[in-house]
Design a protein around this ligand. Structure first.
Ligand SMILES: [Fe+2]
Ligand SMILES: [Fe+2]
Length: 494
């Protein structure tokens, strides 16, 4: 499918991506949320005079004033379920997830929707503000006004609060039914990334790694995949450049579980597969960061080091006491996840060995995720469609053809997260592959557009929908490169 061949062009303006926010601002914004969260928690323990508070107040203050110095003003606002920093959506980092959730809940409970710092803030002001904020009665509509008055009575005019805007009838039919499960999915996804990070960091520092939480999370993921695999599969589109290793492990695990489910695995086998996939690259924790993140090709010595990660992984897993009973197929799956049927992979073997089923499943998710994620040495990744095409080319040597077929059934001919042009000249993102094999080319698509006023509009459309005359209302013409159109696909799956 040659993307460049077709001459039809999209007619409408493409929404500007949220990645428009520069990364420094995004980092500061995340920092602000974390510091706000910590301080809110601390203030519930200590009174305002307690010295234990000082450090946290100072840190929060520094972040606020750095932002004001940079931006002139600082407004933090809730728009639906997101925070906007100076009118730009703030994407949260993996570590920031808990803080975002906490602040969102606490603000919403108090019906506060926006806090603005208009000029540089002094420590005393901030101290007063945070206690006034925390002491607002939950569910009281006048809270923003009350807070304003309290601040004014202390001659604080540089901090302002506004009520939460409840947007009624702002329906996104596709999220309403699935809202709860999607929220659970997000939580499981981000918590698993956080937990795998903890485990890897402990192993790196030769410390005790607690994997019980990882096992619990894998159980939750299995439950979700059994109910509706599309939720977690959608999460794999959230490619996190900075957190590659952790994100990658979780994504591979989601792909593996979805394949395992299609293969009819029992819950027990799925649990083993999920953990194996989560830990498949655990051996990389023994490889120096500079080698893992090297922007250029690895030299011979570094490559030799890299090739040891499957075996190192086996050793680590065998020593993880809390994993409980370790089924041999888990260990073998980690050992052979880079082995190929022609022995061109690694570790180097002298006798032919068939790659295990777990290994073959992991290889597919591993390759697909690696190819579709931006990396330090390949900033623009393959599109999902390009990645699948490449994998199909190598199917007999590198991938199990049958498993690859199942995987394509999972992500679709137009894979999940692809940007597509429709015959109506609308642009959309493939949101959910069609589960019916007859309509693999007719997924559910999120049409992204702008209305006359230039505001973004989204509409979920099912491409199997027909008009009165029996013709399809919309069909995919071709895929587009999201990088050319500056569309941040991940944003639509968050
Ligand atoms: Fe690996
Ligand atoms: Fe991997």
């Amino acid at each position: 499918m040659d993307i460049a061949q077709s001459t039809s062009q999209p007619k409408k303006v493409i929404p500007k991506s949220s990645s428009g926010m520069d990364s420094e601002l995004s980092k500061l914004g995340n920092n602000l949320i974390t510091k706000f969260h910590v301080l809110m928690r601390i203030t519930q323990i200590y009174d305002s005079k307690n010295v234990a508070l000082n450090q946290f107040v100072t840190e929060f203050l520094d972040t606020i004033n750095t932002l004001i110095n940079k931006e002139g003003v600082l407004s933090l606002k809730i728009v639906k379920n997101d925070f906007f920093l100076n009118d730009q959506p703030l994407r949260y980092s993996v570590e920031g997830f808990t803080s975002f959730k906490y602040l969102l809940t606490q603000w919403k409970k108090r019906l506060i929707g926006e806090v603005t710092f208009k000029t540089l803030v002094a420590e005393e002001m901030l101290r007063y503000f945070i206690y006034a904020f925390i002491n607002l009665e939950e569910g009281r509509e006048e809270n923003a006004d009350l807070l304003k008055k309290q601040l004014e009575s202390h001659h604080i005019t540089s901090i302002e609060a506004n009520p939460l805007e409840v947007v009624e009838g702002e329906e996104e039919a596709f999220t309403i039914q699935k809202e709860d499960q999607r929220e659970v999915g997000k939580k499981v996804f981000f918590e698993t990334i956080g937990t795998i990070k903890e485990v890897i960091t402990s192993i790196k520092g030769n410390q005790y790694a607690d994997v019980r939480k990882l096992k619990r999370l894998a159980q939750k993921a299995i439950h979700l995949v059994i109910e509706d695999e599309s939720i977690l599969l959608g999460m794999t589109m959230i490619k996190n450049y900075d957190e590659y290793t952790f994100n990658h492990s979780v994504n591979v695990s989601i792909y593996a579980l979805a394949i395992g489910k299609r293969l009819g695995f029992s819950k027990k086998t799925l649990a083993e597969l999920g953990i194996t996939a989560l830990l498949h690259d655990i051996g990389k924790s023994k490889i120096p960061r500079e080698v893992l993140n090297k922007p250029a090709a690895l030299d011979d010595e570094e490559w030799e080091m890299m090739k040891k990660h499957p075996l190192a992984g086996v050793e680590i897993v065998l020593n993880l006491k809390q994993l409980g009973e370790i089924n041999p197929r888990m260990v073998v799956g980690i050992f052979d996840h880079h082995l190929t049927s022609d022995l061109s992979g690694y570790p180097k073997l002298y006798r032919k060995k068939e790659v295990s089923l777990f290994g073959r499943i992991i290889q597919i998710g591993d390759a697909y995720d690696a190819m579709t994620t931006p990396r330090i040495y390949k900033k623009i990744p393959f599109t999902p469609e390009q990645a699948l095409a490449l994998m199909l080319l190598e199917k007999t040597i590198h991938f199990d053809p049958l498993l690859l077929k199942i995987f394509i059934g999972l992500v679709g001919i137009y894979p999940l997260g692809s940007l597509v042009l429709l015959n109506t000249r609308e642009i959309g993102i493939v949101y959910k592959p069609n589960s019916d094999a007859r309509w693999l080319d007719r997924p559910t698509v999120l049409v992204v557009d702008r209305d006359e006023k230039g505001d973004p509009v989204k509409e979920m459309v099912d491409l199997t929908e027909t008009d009165g005359g029996g013709s399809y209302k919309r069909s995919i013409v071709k895929t587009l490169d999201p990088y050319k159109y500056h569309i941040d696909i991940a944003k639509y799956f968050l």
